[in-house]
Ligand binder design. Structure first.
Ligand SMILES: [Zn+2]
Length: 73
C-alpha cells in the first residue's frame, strides 16, 4: 500500500481486474487448463496508468505444486 509509482511517483495505487469482454481474465496453472482458475488482478497507478504488478486473486486455488492432492478445502 505504501508503494509509489516508479514512473511518476504518485502514491495512489489502485487495484483492478483484467477482463476480456464481460468476464474477468482467468489464469490457469500451466497444463491445467480445464482445472481451477483464478481471476487476474492488477495494481496500477491512478495518475499515469502504469501497471505495477499483476497477480492472481486466488493463488491458493491454483495449487502450489504439481501434486494432485489438495492441501485444504
Ligand atoms: Zn504513475
Amino acid at each position: 500500500m505504501d508503494q509509489a509509482c516508479p514512473s511518476c511517483g504518485n502514491r495512489q495505487i489502485e487495484k483492478g481486474v483484467l477482463s476480456a469482454g464481460f468476464s474477468a481474465l482467468q489464469l490457469h496453472k500451466k497444463g491445467q487448463l480445464h482445472s481451477k482458475s483464478s481471476p487476474v488482478g492488477a495494481r496500477y497507478c491512478s495518475k499515469c496508468g502504469h501497471i505495477l504488478s499483476l497477480y492472481v486473486e486466488n493463488p491458493d486455488i491454483l495449487g502450489g505444486h504439481e501434486a494432485d492432492s489438495p492441501k485444504s478445502n
